[in-house]
Design a protein around this ligand. Sequence first.
Ligand code: AMP
Length: 413
Amino acid sequence: MNFKDLKLANSILKAVELEGYKEPSPIQKEAIPHILNGKDILASAQTGTGKTAAFALPLINNLLNGDKHDKKIKVLVLTPTRELALQVRDNFRKYGINTNLKCSVIFGGVNQRSQVETLKRGVDILVATPGRLLDLMNQRRVDLRNVQSLVLDEADTMLDMGFIHDVKKIISRIPVERQTLLFSATIPTEIKHLAKELLKDPITIKLNNESLTVDKINQSVYFVDKINKAKLLLELLECNTLKSVLVFVRTKHGADKLSEVLEKNGVKNGVIHGNKSQNARISALKNFKSGRHKVLVATDIAARGIDIIELSHVINYEMPEKAETYVHRIGRTGRAGLDGNAISLCNVEEKKVLRQIEISIKQTIAIIAEHSYPAQQAITTNSHYNNRRNKGRNYSHKNYKNYYKRNVSKLAT
Ligand code: AMP
């Protein structure tokens, strides 16, 4: 099945193509047709499954089909955290890029003035955290009388964070005649009760929560000083199990520099970034795909949409700025049911983003503590996840080499 089969408007299909999505994820295949039909949904899906697009795409489509393009709030999405709210808003904007629908976000912890101004100017899709939304409702600064569709995103987290009373108050003040979509990573009894209370004749979607990317990928991180990153990379590349490696850097200049260092050290590689001509990019990709070059150095933008099925490893030579980019990057490996491997080289300045990534993907990234170039300043992680759940789970470089071997033998069978 591809996105066209889902009967989405062309403007949405184009946006999806721009994002580089090749086919709908399982949750998208299941949920989109029902949401387009106006059904209520109870879906268990966690971050990384493509759940945001699973509700955003059909909701945008429904708005395009509706007759009201009046900048009144017709879709309301409630999320537990401001980070998620921003992420959901960004996704709506990306998927709605070819439409004139307006999507905005409101959350607490910041001055409300600009949010009120935005609301005044008119919004079709509002993403909000419950506390601030309720505040603004009480001040009569937000009008929810036209809401047609309500999404509760990460409903279990909203329960855990004690937002459920606010959520119920909000819901009691929006139209009863509406579509309600409840997304939750887990469906404990309280969520079942909530679903019974809020949803009308819902379609229940329960998938194996198969992640689009991150769950199937062996992820590891090496703490290393910036100055030693190239040396560590060269050492890693000596490992035979690293067969085809996409190396991510942040800048075009950085990509060229690294490519040169690799070349000087006998590592055949190609490089793609925005300043390279289309022909140069095509030939770099061709050499990489054919196995002539073991390594392709790339910037994020240049690597968008490239599909290399038999990629054994992604290496984050520099950590991405955003957790979402990390998911995009590592999603290049582990495709078509193959095991994938993602290695991050993280220096002290990048530890913060590593933590954000772990929170966002709800996973711990294994630390390879013993290697030839341990960071002087950052040998241990203050990562929330590693500290709480991964105590003592440090791997040595040697063990990791064996670990590669095991995985590659799996790949070969
Ligand atoms: P989510 O589960 O909504 O947090 O999405 C996780 C990541 O998957 C995001 O980076 C999305 O951009 C990406 N994504 C969503 N749908 C697809 C798809 N059909 N194919 C590839 N990536 C996708």
